[in-house]
Design a protein around this ligand. Structure first.
Ligand code: PAF
Length: 286
């Protein structure tokens, strides 16, 4: 039988736990999530476990990172099932604060960033998103004071934003990225995949297919602009409404036009019906 995992909602309880474990000489890993956990999240817990003695998972659907017409109200909230899944991967503590613990009355501070948060990718379509993410992640990192925090590469721009903010704000927690977990047909695991109808789910694999094809073409010497344009056209053909599909510098997200400019990441966001999917891959020989 797997041991139950403790759930706390108060910042003081989180801090007491971390202090006690650290006093016992243990390293603390943090995995921030918005719940609706799937195997991708559980792989982040496992990644944290490899570099820390204790793993704390936060579950908080952060209202500040959703735009006015986005899915905050219907975002899946599945705390009991999430806690059970976390017990199965031996997470040590779940921090699931109520909204008033994170944004108490009178809350007046926002973390607003430039650099990777203004790369003209997600920020072009979700202009307040990264300020919401940066604010809540700064708070969670301050609250937990973990040694290391793990975030998925699935949200690649977000990962660079968080690395940047930790550096800029002298947050001592080391930020680690963990690779994207995919379904058998290549679709990146995401809590939002449950919004897809069976027909859309079948077509959704094309997002990863188009990115992989563009990466392959770039690696065989095709012009980057032509390869990304062909990928956008392929997605449009199967019914995606493409927000962006672009080749960027993997470190800075600056636009790139040649493989000689260093490591390249292909990033995309596209809607299938009412569901917006994002994905990205490295342009490298596998
Ligand atoms: O990636 C997510 O699930 C969220 O954006 C995060 C980092 C937990 C902040 O709310």
């Amino acid at each position: 039988m797997t041991a139950a995992v403790a759930v706390v909602g108060a910042i003081d309880d989180l801090r007491r736990y971390v202090r006690a474990r650290r006093a016992a000489g243990e390293r603390i890993g943090l995995v921030p999530t918005m719940g609706a956990l799937h195997a991708g999240h559980l792989s982040l817990v496992e990644a944290a476990r490899r570099v820390a003695d204790r793993v704390v998972v936060t579950i908080f659907v952060n209202p500040a990172q959703f735009g006015p017409n986005e899915d905050f109200a219907r975002y899946p909230r599945t705390l009991a099932a999430d806690v059970e899944k976390l017990a199965n991967v031996a997470a040590d503590l779940v921090f699931a604060p109520p909204v008033e613990a994170i944004y108490p009355p009178g809350f007046s501070t926002k973390v607003v960033m430039e650099g990777p948060a203004l790369a003209d990718l997600e920020d072009r379509f979700r202009p307040t998103h990264f300020s919401g993410v940066a604010t809540v992640v700064t708070k969670l990192l301050n609250q937990a004071q973990a040694d290391v925090a793990v975030f998925g590469e699935k949200d690649y721009q977000q990962l660079l934003v968080i690395k940047r903010l930790a550096r800029d704000l002298d947050i001592a927690t080391e930020i680690l990225g963990a690779r994207t977990l995919r379904e058998a047909d290549g679709l990146a695991m995401s809590s939002r995949n449950i919004y897809l109808s069976p027909k859309e789910r079948e077509r959704a694999k094309e997002l990863h297919g188009a990115l992989s094809e563009a990466a392959r073409r770039i690696l065989t010497g095709e012009d980057i602009g032509a390869a990304t344009q062909a990928a956008r056209a392929r997605l449009a053909e199967v019914g995606f409404d493409v927000d962006y599909l672009e080749a960027r510098c993997a470190e800075t997200l600056a636009p790139v036009s040649s493989v000689d400019e260093g490591a390249i990441r292909l990033l995309a966001a596209a809607k299938l019906g009412a569901t917006r999917l994002i994905d990205n891959i490295a342009v490298e020989f596998s």
